[in-house]
Design a protein around this ligand. Structure first.
Ligand code: SAH
Length: 245
């Protein structure tokens, strides 16, 4: 970002174009007015994952409300690498960490999957989407990953999208190292799957091993916690095939 880019970045859903007026959410309004203490004319940056990043000016709209007047394009939209993250929901703080780090590391879509050994069964998709949006605002990304509704792992595999490869993080000793396995498999749309704290059960591992779209990879000789494994897997994918090369 250039030096004149506003400090405050907000992810919005509205279309962004010169002359548009965007209404911030209640939480964003509190953040702008109470936390950042912005006032009339102060600049913020807006992005929605489609139209690039825009400078907008705070315009007061009555007490405790503000509108954002879209002014000028700061950065055009770019297409990030196409990589999704499938993860088994963990305890709340660990899932939050996973969502934040996966966003920073450029996952395009976050897909909670329920496996046989998944510990946490409840997933608040909206809360996770808000966390992802905050992480995207903070790290300068031009899009925030969408968070999908939870689905069962077997259903996700049964309905697998044609042409998308799946990198499965597998702590079994015979899995090949990630960087080489990914480079051998090559470019195209990808997804990454990380298991729950208890790992995959034998039937799941067998189904994953048999699936033609799967590339099993090792993340090294140590057993990582699931949220660490998610961050490491994404970093290695970005290094092998993505935008960290
Ligand atoms: N089954 C293991 C722990 C699973 S760790 C046990 O209880 O002993 C949680 C998830 O992180 C795994 O399902 C796997 O997807 C990933 N993971 C952790 N360490 C890994 C490694 N060294 N290589 C590949 N994947 C790993």
């Amino acid at each position: 970002m250039n030096e004149r880019a506003p400090k405050v970045r907000l992810f919005v859903t509205a279309d962004l174009a010169p002359g548009a007026t965007v209404a911030p959410t209640a939480a964003q309004t509190r953040y702008l007015l109470d936390v950042m203490r912005l006032g009339a004319g102060d600049a913020v940056a807006l992005f929605n994952g489609r139209d690039g990043e825009w400078r907008a000016a705070v315009t007061p709209a009555g007490r405790r409300r503000a509108a954002l007047a879209v002014e000028a394009l700061l950065r055009p939209q770019t297409e990030p690498p196409d990589v999704e993250l499938l993860f088994a929901p963990l305890k709340k703080a660990r899932t939050d960490f996973l969502v934040e780090k996966a966003t920073e590391l450029g996952a395009r879509r976050l897909r909670p999957v329920l496996t046989r050994r998944t510990g946490a069964e409840r997933v608040n998709v909206e809360r996770l989407a808000a966390l992802a949006a905050e992480a995207a605002e903070q790290c300068g990304a031009l899009a925030a990953p969408a968070v999908a509704a939870p689905e069962r792992l077997d259903a996700a595999l049964a309905g697998w999208e044609a042409g998308r490869r799946l990198m499965v993080a597998d702590e079994a000793r015979d899995a090949p190292p990630a960087l080489t396995a990914l480079r051998d498999a090559g470019h195209g749309p990808w997804a990454i799957l990380v298991g729950p704290e208890g790992g995959f059960d034998p039937a799941e591992r067998a189904a994953l091993t048999a699936a033609p779209f799967v590339t099993r990879v090792s993340l090294g000789p140590r057993i990582l916690r699931a949220e660490t494994a998610a961050a490491v897997a994404l970093a290695l994918w970005q290094a092998a095939l993505g935008d960290c090369r």
